[in-house]
Write a protein that binds this ligand. Structure first.
Ligand code: GLU
Length: 489
């Protein structure tokens, strides 16, 4: 009986991978898996492979593939080998490796590790029900394991198309999960499984371990939902070792905790907070989002939530990932992003803000205005929204709700006094504007600052919430500021 020969790879010999299927929109759970695998590879100074598992033509799409590549690039999770960049073990899209899987399946059959099974769906179902009724395991019962060539020919003469099944050695499977510690699957729970469909389509059960073996993967980190594949893959590595596919070693496995959404339900691809592209649209920074994703199962220290990607790479230890489900908390995600927004060098912040502002804006003005909102926003879109008044031009409009609250009769009286005080200013600076307004509104009219400046703020910036008023007016300029006051009067 063969034994599992676990890889001993460490340091630069470590190879980790991320291998999503391109269906739908890239989601948060995927990015967390990619991040942990990437951080693991980088921490060890090893290699990171990005492969695409697109063997299901009915579900995979080119659009989804392109989004995955784009999202990985946006996040900055670079790969040493894989789609778009190539490498020694390509191609890296499984749809381009079909001849490899056909060859591996045939070699498994030739070596007695796999066989053709001709059972019809009805036959399987009938036997499954019987097994259940008798309290036996309901997986495949191995009926076609040892068909003679004559029996096979007879089935084929009936027009039956066989699937290919892998022959599971009958024994228990124990492995030391990098996250969860020792796990055992009893022999009765892992029966012979299908690796190639009757129509010739190779399944994940075959393509994933084949590629991990051929691409030299030493550490498989993936979601907990795939845990039950691991005993099958262990068996397959024993077959590979025997027939000379890959290095002869079995990778180490680590299964990352589920990500839970609202109501303590598993976050699903379809939940709106799953959609990774939406985070980008809302103005999350990749470094903020990655910091938050890291917290879904890992922490750098008990008392510390905020860290950079470099710090994560330095400190990342897979053994310290918490196996318990992690809860996704959008509010916390935004707050963490806010910390990263504030950590950006001002010029960098201004540059990133450009993507969220109308095209063709005056970049020098953006650079001057950015410091007014950097401290106050968690998201780039929020910052852009606060600065919109500067770039609105002829489209400028006062928010109707805010106008109703602040530009009523007494509010308009304040605006009138402000217009008068500002009209006489010879110099248009923050200090001069502030001095003139304080004198006219606070000292002469005796108003509290909030009542004094609120109406001016709404008239000039269009909203009750804006960057600091006097600075905003300086940036907007004399002409436009006065014109906006005139317009409400
Ligand atoms: N293509 C598989 C998935 O997206 C990969 C699973 C694995 O990492 O083994 O779920």
């Amino acid at each position: 009986m063969s034994e599992t020969r676990w890889t001993q790879a460490t340091g630069k010999d470590v190879v980790a991978r991320f291998c999503p299927s391109p269906t739908g929109t890239p989601h948060v759970g995927m990015a967390r898996t990619a991040l942990f695998s990437w951080a693991f590879a980088r921490h060890h100074g090893g290699r990171f492979v990005f492969r695409i598992e697109d063997t299901d033509a009915s579900r995979d799409t080119q659009e989804s593939y392109e989004l995955l590549v784009e999202v990985m690039r946006w996040l900055g999770l670079d790969w040493d080998e894989g789609v778009e960049v190539g490498g020694p073990n390509g191609p890296y899209r499984q749809s381009e490796r079909m001849d490899i899987y056909a060859d591996v399946a045939q070699r498994l059959i030739d070596a007695g590790w796999a066989y053709k099974a001709y059972d019809t769906a009805e036959e399987l179902e009938e036997r499954r029900q019987k097994a259940r009724a008798e309290g036996r395991p309901s997986g495949y019962d191995g009926l076609h394991r040892d068909l003679t060539p004559e029996q096979q020919a007879a089935f084929e003469a009936e027009g039956r198309q066989p699937v290919i099944r892998f022959k599971m050695p009958e024994r228990d499977w124990t492995f030391d999960d990098l996250v969860r510690g020792e796990i055992t699957f009893g022999a009765e729970n892992v029966q012979d499984f299908v690796i190639v469909r009757a129509n010739g389509q190779p399944l994940y059960t075959l393509t994933n371990p084949t590629d991990d073996a051929l691409m030299g993967v030493t550490h498989v980190l993936r979601g907990e939902d795939i845990l039950s594949s691991t005993p099958r893959q262990m068996a397959m590595y024993e077959a590979f070792a025997e027939i000379g596919i890959g290095s002869g070693f079995t990778p180490r496995f680590g299964h990352l905790p589920y990500v839970m959404g609202a109501g303590n339900k598993k976050l699903s691809k379809r939940d709106p907070e799953s959609n990774l592209l939406a985070y980008r649209e809302q103005g999350f920074l990749p470094e903020g989002l990655l910091n938050y994703l890291a917290l879904l199962g890992w922490s750098i220290a008990e008392d510390r939530d905020i860290f950079t990607l470099e710090e994560m790479v330095e400190a990342f230890e897979i053994e310290r990932v918490n196996p318990n489900p992690a809860r996704f908390d959008l509010k916390k995600c935004e707050a963490i992003n806010g910390d990263h927004v504030r950590m950006l060098p001002p010029e960098d912040f201004a540059t990133r803000l450009l993507e969220y502002l109308p095209e063709g804006v005056d970049t020098a003005l953006v650079s001057r205005a950015a410091p007014l909102v950097q401290e106050r926003s968690n998201l780039l879109s929020e910052a852009a929204q606060m600065l919109a008044f500067l770039f609105a031009g002829d489209d400028f409009a006062v928010d109707p709700d805010d106008a109703a609250k602040m530009l009523n009769e007494p509010g308009l009286e304040v605006a009138r006094a402000a217009r008068e005080a500002l009209g006489g200013l010879t110099e248009w600076t923050t200090e001069a504007i502030e001095g003139a307004l304080r004198r006219a509104l606070v000292e002469e009219m005796g108003l509290k600052p909030r009542l004094a400046f609120g109406p001016v703020r709404v008239a000039v910036t269009g909203r009750r919430i804006s960057p600091p008023l006097f600075e905003s007016m300086e940036l907007l300029g004399r002409e436009q500021s006065l014109a906006r006051l005139d317009a409400v009067l």
